[in-house]
Design a protein around this ligand. Structure first.
Ligand code: BEZ
Length: 211
């Protein structure tokens, strides 16, 4: 199944390292990052899942829950967690789905047979409080993801939803943001009291609004 932006994130119930859970119940009314990794006890995955664990407080601050998936068993995940703690400094502190029957992997199209036939590739689905898929990312097994970039995307999405702005190239938290071209100058000035800089009629920026 191909999941597109704006689709409702398919719900599922699965066994995880934190017991049986349903995705939508687990996410509640907050944001979510659902991600897959190819296999337990592999090098790149060990660094990635450790990094998610080390940075979990930053996702919590953003009201964003983490949940991982691979086609390994929950028992495998639990054993591997000790290696993650030993080598990366944090054990798993978010649920990891044991998806040995590939139910979740197939529901989300996480298996890309031409890249990796037997396992999930490195996918990321960022899910909004409305349960819609806001962002999808897909990486091959050989390339580890960047937690800073995932947090940056969550920040950008939350600003977009909360303040009605867009974020320009290479934007980072605290940088100026883009005023929607659909707003008149008058409405934009009222909505963004920190001030507006007009570079072109269609390209206006304002300091990052407070949420
Ligand atoms: C890794 O995490 O290093 C890895 C996992 C599966 C295939 C190749 C590499």
């Amino acid at each position: 199944m191909t999941i597109q932006l704006g689709d409702t994130a398919p719900d599922f119930t699965a066994e995880t390292t934190e017991g049986k859970l349903s995705l939508h119940d687990y996410l509640g009314d907050g944001w979510g990052v659902l991600f897959s990794h190819p296999a337990d006890y592999t090098p790149v995955c060990t660094t990635e899942l450790g990094a998610f664990a080390n940075r979990k407080a930053e996702f919590d601050q953003r009201n964003t829950k983490l949940i991982g998936v691979s086609v390994d068993t929950v028992e495998s995940h639990n054993g591997w967690s000790a290696d993650i703690e030993e080598t990366q400094g944090s054990a798993l502190n978010y649920p990891l789905v044991g998806d040995e029957d590939r139910a979740v992997a197939n529901l989300y199209g996480m298996i890309h047979p031409k890249a990796l036939s037997t396992a999930t590739v490195r996918t990321v689905f960022i899910i909004g409080p409305d349960k819609q898929v806001k962002v999808t990312l897909t990486y091959p097994a050989s390339v580890g993801r960047n937690i800073d970039e995932i947090l940056r995307i969550v920040d950008a999405l939350q600003l977009s939803v909360g303040a009605g702005v867009s974020t320009p190239v290479n934007w980072n938290l605290g940088d100026d943001v883009i005023v929607p071209p659909t707003l008149s100058d008058e409405d934009a000035a009222a909505k963004f009291p920190k001030g507006i800089t007009t570079l072109k009629p269609y390209l206006r920026v304002t300091p990052q609004p407070d949420l």
